[in-house]
Ligand binder design. Structure first.
Ligand SMILES: CC(C)(COP(=O)(O)OP(=O)(O)OC[C@H]1O[C@@H](n2cnc3c(N)ncnc32)[C@H](O)[C@@H]1OP(=O)(O)O)[C@@H](O)C(=O)NCCC(=O)NCCSC(=O)CCC(=O)O
Length: 339
């Protein structure tokens, strides 16, 4: 087990966030390579961690970081929004069908249409998931993604009953988006990269403002735009698999910008939220145990790590390594779930 640990972002993480944002290759709405936008994110996250939820529905943002406690190196990040669409409308396209029959021709046609909706307004959102390429395929992506669900469980009243995640859509080799070119791009006078850059600095709102409000028949889109509907960017397949493993499903909502799939779940049915257990640490030793995710704390003191645990008398026995990584001692309460 490693000494990697998830912790709340602090203002001095700007450098790390910026470095990671530069590595994403663009089109990653929640992690733009723009210092001003990242400073604003960190300030918003700072406020969210400092408050304790006053019962009002707000769109708060929590930014988490993956740090190697042995070296102090930051290797990943992820985000959680409490209620999207409180300030600016949260638009999605819903894919629907309209079936029509002609008696004279004896033909039935099913037309697929994209309707602009704000159906997902008020839901919580997980996003901004990024692991340094050098650390992939070793379980840390899983730690990053699932730590958010343990955080939500620890702060359940602050989150909505529904949770969504937007996956990046298909981007071609030239950095363009076939879905953008076939639809939104025709109403903006800019290519995808320009829109992406504008979006990073000024936010999503201009897209919503200029987007055509009438339903779009997909039969009228170009073949390449149509083929991109609901398809994730190839680098997002691991993220999609992890969402599916948690019980998220594609319910016919897509991003209005790049056509990427929006996955949704009932918050209390997300596997990690539903199945996590709260236990007391009854002992700490160096014997091997089963692999689990262990979290402690609730807000600025929140920490989460991969750990070896065993069942003990009246609680769990934790590995020494995990106890050091998470600063835990006997008698502390933790949230945990097997890997
Ligand atoms: C997403 C992560 C953090 C995932 O980390 P890793 O790559 O280390 O993941 P992993 O442990 O190798 O794999 C996790 C699960 O995905 C499966 N998997 C891996 N690669 C796959 C592929 N190409 N196709 C299908 N499934 C794949 C693995 O088998 C495993 O599932 P089993 O356990 O079943 O075997 C990383 O790939 C990354 O930083 N990618 C680039 C940035 C990105 O695209 N981020 C997502 C943006 S979308 C977003 O942020 C919203 C979504 C969200 O926030 O959750």
């Amino acid at each position: 087990m490693s000494s990697f640990c998830i912790r709340p972002a602090v203002d001095s993480d700007l450098r790390h966030l910026y470095e990671m944002a530069k590595l994403t290759g663009g089109g990653f709405t929640n992690l733009p390579p723009d210092r001003r936008a990242l400073i604003a994110k960190l300030a918003r996250s700072h406020d969210a961690f400092a408050g304790d939820g006053d019962g009002k529905v707000k769109d708060e943002l929590f930014v988490l970081m993956l740090e190697d406690r042995a070296t102090g190196e930051v290797r990943g990040t992820c985000q959680i929004f409490t209620h999207v669409g409180q300030k600016h409308p949260f638009y999605s396209y819903r894919i629907g069908t309209l079936t029509q029959h002609s008696r004279e021709l004896d033909r039935t046609f099913r037309a697929e249409m994209l309707s602009l909706t704000t159906d997902l307004e008020g839901a919580s959102e997980v996003g901004g998931l990024f692991l340094h390429p050098g650390e992939r395929a070793g379980g840390l992506g899983l730690l990053l993604a699932r730590s958010r669900y343990l955080f939500m469980r620890a702060n359940r009243p602050r989150f909505a009953d529904r949770v969504l995640a937007e996956l990046r859509g298909v981007i071609d080799e030239a950095g363009g988006s076939p879905f953008w070119d076939g639809l939104a791009g025709r109403f903006f006078g800019m290519n995808f990269q320009e829109a992406d850059q504008f979006n990073a600095i000024h936010g999503h709102q201009f897209i919503a403002d200029l987007m055509p409000k009438h339903p779009i028949y997909t039969a009228m889109l170009t073949e390449t735009a149509r083929a991109a509907i609901g398809l994730p960017h190839p680098s997002g397949r691991a993220a999609m698999r992890m969402l599916e493993n948690e019980g998220f499903a594609f319910e016919h909502y897509i991003d209005i910008f790049d056509g990427g799939p929006t996955m949704t779940a009932r918050t209390d049915q997300v596997r990690t939220i539903r199945d996590a257990r709260e236990s007391t640490v009854v002992a700490i030793d160096a014997h091997p145990g089963r692999e689990a995710l262990v979290a402690t704390g609730r807000l600025t003191d929140f920490r989460c790590a991969l750990a070896e645990i065993r069942d003990g008398d009246g609680g769990i026995i934790l590995s020494e390594q995990a106890a050091n990584t998470l600063d835990l001692t006997v008698g502390d309460t933790v949230l945990h779930i097997d890997r």
